[in-house]
Design a protein around this ligand. Structure first.
Ligand code: FAD
Ligand code: 2HG
Ligand code: ZN
Length: 473
């Protein structure tokens, strides 16, 4: 008998015994994607609909048991797994996976929070629409998790973060009430915009159960180019040229450092990775065009010609087929997986004004390698958004666990000190979770933290929604 037997019985009544998991192998829900922390759940509860979520939240709140909302559990900052106490309920949304409606006239889709991102993309595509949110984890992350983290991904340069794509939410509050805001309106200035409080709140204010998201017409043509660039300065110059030549047609712009690409070559030898041996940086960029394939190709070729003339690009290829374009994107998307294969690592998901990125990289590389000789820099990311994954792998001869235990804090401190001086962000897209909650305390102003805590106390006065995540309370 657990000390919460009454609660477990109630949860079984609400969701059915098969959907309240308390023993057996719960690794999929208790261990985070990066294998940084293993928690222990009181129970994993899998409601089937919004009413069940509301009843679960009410029952947990009455028992003063805290809840951890979870989608695909692909988060990078230990935000969706329980702590080690064995006293938290994991509220998994993955059974809530229905597409509710697609309104072609309004260019919106309304979906359950547990829908896998790729399922939504495919459902839209089947009806001739584009849902532009795109991340390498799209085969398993859910729209609820994307909203919970305000995920970025590879199309932000044109379409914005998940927040910009959301027109409405349905939420179960920390008290177990249902707020239904699935209006799909593009204009609505009736008081505070509650949707924006819940987006990016990482499950600390309530449970997102459904969302209305924006759609776009499918482009007539999508072309991918892959270019070798001699330096980060040149990569930023290329980005400027791409904006100039492609305008709103620029839908992706990613940079990849040589060592990051070497990890793809090492761990996924079946992939053909162009230019990685000869160039310190490579860029993959995407051009979407509403006119025609021929027009798209002409624009892209003109851009690459101008870039070569200016010396920003030393070599380039334009994909000739959809399969080739996919293969080029696959190289970029394989970097986090290759890094995981290489072993535990330190991640810095930072953003800086794009124009200052080259200076940031030069300064931080020098300081970091001086203090941590042999550290291997895995630098890549969404250059179009000024967002770098400035990651670090332990020196080859070192034990990665020791490296993380002893060097992560001083290394974070070094990198984030430079980020602060450049007025950047210490978490551009992955969020705070529990891994970076102490960092938020150090790097946000007391006024900003005070306002955040006021919101948290107002919406979740008993600190039952994902406690210890985002804010140190
Ligand atoms: P989870 O990991 O389950 O949860 C994440 C957070 O959201 C937790 O705090 C959780 O409590 C909360 N949450 C989950 N569901 C709900 C809900 N219904 N209501 C309220 N809160 C909820 N991220 C990017 O931003 N850009 C990238 O390019 C990117 N690429 C990735 C590539 C790989 C290979 C991997 C493994 C991850 C990547 N991520 C990226 C990180 C991750 O996929 C995103 O953060 C994603 O949005 C998480 O979705 P999820 O469903 O897995 O959420
Ligand atoms: C990406 O852009 C993801 O590939 C993951 O945000 C980044 O693993 C990382 O650091
Ligand atoms: Zn990213």
């Amino acid at each position: 008998m657990t000390s919460h037997q009454h609660l477990i019985d109630q949860l079984r009544k609400i969701c059915g015994t098969a959907n309240v998991l308390i023993d057996g192998d719960l690794t999929a829900w208790e261990l985070d994607w990066r294998k940084r922390e293993r928690g222990k759940a009181l129970a994993v509860v899998r409601p089937a609909n919004t009413s069940e979520v509301a009843a679960v939240v009410k029952a947990c709140a009455a028992a003063q048991v805290s809840m951890v909302p979870q989608g695909g559990n692909t988060g990078m900052v230990v935000g969706s797994t329980p702590d080690a106490s064995g006293q938290q309920v994991v509220l998994s949304l993955t059974r809530m996976n229905q597409i509710r409606t697609l309104d072609a006239g309004n260019l919106t889709i309304t979906v359950d929070a547990g829908c896998v991102l790729q399922t939504i993309q495919e459902a839209c595509e089947a009806q001739g629409f584009l849902f532009p949110l795109s991340l390498a984890s799209e085969g398993s992350c859910t729209i609820g998790g994307n909203l919970g983290t305000n995920a970025g991904g590879t199309q932000v340069v044109r379409f914005g973060n998940t927040r910009e794509l959301c027109l409405g939410l349905e939420v179960v509050t920390a008290q177990g009430d249902i707020w239904s805001g699935l209006t799909g309106l593009r204009k609505d200035n009736t008081g505070y915009d509650l949707r924006h409080l819940f987006i990016g709140s990482e499950g600390t204010l309530g449970v997102i159960t459904a969302a209305t998201m924006k759609l776009y017409p499918m482009p007539k043509s999508q072309l991918t180019a892959y270019a070798a660039v001699p330096s980060m300065e040149h990569a930023v110059d290329l980005l400027g040229l791409a904006h100039e030549h492609l305008s709103a047609g620029l839908t992706g712009f990613e940079v990849m450092g040589q060592f990051a690409l070497s990890l793809v070559v090492k761990h996924f030898p079946q992939q053909r990775v162009p230019f990685w041996e000869s160039s310190p940086w490579c860029v993959v960029l995407e051009h979407s065009d509403q006119e025609s394939e021929a027009h798209a190709r002409e624009c892209l070729e003109r851009l690459l010609e101008a870039a070569m003339e200016q010396g920003c690009v030393s070599d380039a290829i334009v994909a000739e087929s959809v399969a080739q374009a996919k293969a080029l994107w696959h190289i970029r998307e394989s970097i986090p997986l290759a890094q995981a294969e290489e072993g535990l690592n330190i991640k810095h998901d930072i953003s800086i004004g794009v124009s200052r990125i080259p200076e940031f990289v030069r300064e931080t590389n020098t300081a970091l390698l001086e203090k941590f000789p042999g550290a291997r820099l895995v630098t890549y990311g969404h250059l179009g958004d000024g967002n770098l994954h400035y990651n670090v792998q332990a020196p080859e001869s070192d034990d990665a666990e020791r490296f993380l235990r002893e060097e992560e804090e001083p290394m974070n401190a070094l990198v984030f000190e430079v980020v602060d001086r450049y007025q950047g962000s210490i978490s551009a897209e992955h969020g705070i979770g529990s891994l970076k909650a102490h960092k938020l305390t150090q790097h946000k102003s007391p006024v900003a933290l005070g306002l955040m805590k006021s919101i948290k106390y107002a919406l979740d006065p008993h600190n039952l929604m994902n406690p210890g995540r985002v804010l140190e309370i």
